[in-house]
Design a protein around this ligand. Structure first.
Ligand code: PNW
Length: 488
């Protein structure tokens, strides 16, 4: 027998893959079947506009077209589909004493049953940013740590009770970092509170994001602890959270201060949430040092709750990476980065990756592999990549005929899936699934309908859907790593 070569990069046969979406970005039908308003309905209708004139009133009209959309999933060969539930369709006023809306339950039952009949595994996010407006008006929403966690726990209970016989994969929150920082520091997302944004009339960027962060952590923890105590043994599912966060390299690799800044940036991005939710530990030290008393403390009983909230997986939303350069001055009171600058080029002028169709995203697959392995080693949970994707350069202005030829996205997916396979096979990181963002072009929040992240083209005049090449090629990209390999 000849020499043995290293095992080729591979993915296990039960690797989950598919596409992801979120309720407000695709559903539309905002006034139908008893749905209550969310903070995104309000935010999208503010004047002057803060969402480039766009709103989710119709969006992709997925509420009425879900069968057609699931036909696409079938055509693409997806094994799994990640979607989110609109809290205010289930409980229009959101609170633990408020009524459940049976028509909202019925809609999500239709989605779940349709997916299962097609052999597609549903992955359900409980909260993808659409807080019931009533809770915001009633007590300040996520600014009220004590009230919001109890209302979220009750909402989670209803979802487990009504859907948990068929839904075995739960994600509590999508990107609590974006919820806290964009919603309460920069004010770019709903509810748009900020003391530094001229468009915001209310808010305190120095304090509110850190309070909201704690409310989200404890809400997540209550939902997981409840699942563990009352549902896990009967329903036998999995539960986790989806955290965003870029990988950071030092701007000047020779400078110790930049190396520390890169690590600090990741602690402010990911450790903020991952320390408490994965490790039942306090916030990272560097956050305490910089933020002092503005960073809320956890009480002993809250630490007990965090320990009871042991979860199954880390959901990773990954789009891009950056360089971090330290600052010599002391941080502003509104700083949330860790006192540093974020840059897309390093000291030598080398770009972190190839530019996409949106300024904040460059394609960085090698750093994705580093990121996967760093997160796996630090937080010790199996990883599901719950979002990864991009808009192609110039796609915003393309016709459908041009847009379906999405070679940049095809390469982006290929390179990032290869990074997953390498992180598994070569680094030993346990990665169990991958969801492309997104099934179709949809409402890109404050960027409106211009930026297109879809693997399917959406014509917003006719609501016609057209598969892009990447959607049709994704299956083969996974098979390349999962097929039994032939000897050469
Ligand atoms: C995610 N950033 O948000 C969200 O989960 C999706 O709903 C969204 O459509 C998708 O990514 C694409 O943007 C992010 O500026 C938004 O770094 C912005 C950033 C990261 C994630």
């Amino acid at each position: 027998m000849g020499s043995t070569s290293p095992a080729p990069a591979s993915l296990p046969p039960d690797f989950q893959w598919g596409f992801a979406t979120a309720s407000y970005q695709i559903e539309g039908a905002v006034n139908e079947d008893g749905r209550g308003k969310s903070i995104w309905d309000t935010f999208c209708h503010l004047k002057p506009t803060r969402t480039k004139g766009a709103n989710g009133d119709v969006a992709c009209d997925h509420y009425h077209r879900y069968e057609e959309d699931f036909d696409l999933l079938t055509k693409y060969g997806a094994k799994a589909y990640r979607f989110s539930i609109s809290w205010s369709r289930i409980i229009p006023d959101g609170g633990r004493g408020d009524d459940v809306n049976e028509q909202g339950i019925a809609f999500y039952n239709r989605l779940i049953d349709s997916l299962l009949s097609r052999g597609i595994v549903p992955w359900v996010t409980l909260y993808h940013w659409d807080l019931p407006q009533t809770l915001h008006d009633r007590y300040g929403g996520w600014l009220n740590v004590e009230e919001s966690q109890l209302d979220f726990e009750r909402y989670a209970r209803i979802c487990y009770e009504r859907f948990g016989d068929r839904v075995k994969n739960w994600i509590t929150l999508n990107e609590p970092w974006i919820v806290s920082i964009f919603g309460y520091s920069t004010g770019g997302n709903a509810p748009g509170r900020s003391s530094v944004n001229p468009q915001s009339s209310e808010g305190n960027s120095a304090t509110e994001p850190w309070i909201v962060g704690k409310a989200l952590i404890l809400s997540h923890a209550r939902a997981v602890a409840l699942y563990n105590k009352e549902f896990r043994s009967i329903q036998n599912g999995r539960i986790g959270i989806s955290l965003n966060g870029d990988f950071f390299e030092p701007w000047d690799a020779q400078d110790e201060r930049d190396r520390e800044a890169a690590e600090r940036r990741m602690e402010f991005h990911i450790g903020w949430f991952a320390n408490p939710v994965c490790l039942a530990q306090d916030y990272p030290k560097c956050m305490r040092e910089q933020l002092g008393d503005r960073l809320p403390k956890f009480t002993d009983s809250e630490f007990t709750l965090l320990r009871e909230a042991n979860m199954d997986f880390y959901g990773m939303n990954y789009y891009t990476s950056q360089f971090a350069r330290h600052r010599d001055e002391s941080p502003s009171i509104n700083d949330y980065l860790g006192n540093l600058e974020e840059l897309q080029e390093n000291k030598e002028g080398v770009s972190v990756g190839e530019p996409s169709g949106v300024h904040w995203l460059r394609s960085t697959p090698k750093l994705f592999r580093k990121h996967l392995t760093r997160v796996y080693r630090k937080y010790g949970k199996p990883i599901y990549v719950t979002e990864n994707g991009c808009p192609c350069p110039g796609e915003e202005k393309m016709t459908v005929t041009e847009a379906v030829n999405d070679t940049y996205r095809v390469r982006y997916f290929e390179d990032h899936i290869e990074a997953v396979a390498l992180a598994r096979s070569e680094d030993g990181s346990d990665i169990k699934g991958y969801f492309a963002w997104s099934l179709m072009d949809n409402l890109e929040w404050s960027d409106g309908y211009g930026v297109r992240f879809g693997a399917t083209f959406t014509n917003y005049d006719t609501l016609e859907r057209t598969p892009k090449q990447s959607a049709l090629l994704l299956k083969g990209m996974f098979e390349k790593y999962t097929e039994p390999r032939k000897y050469l």
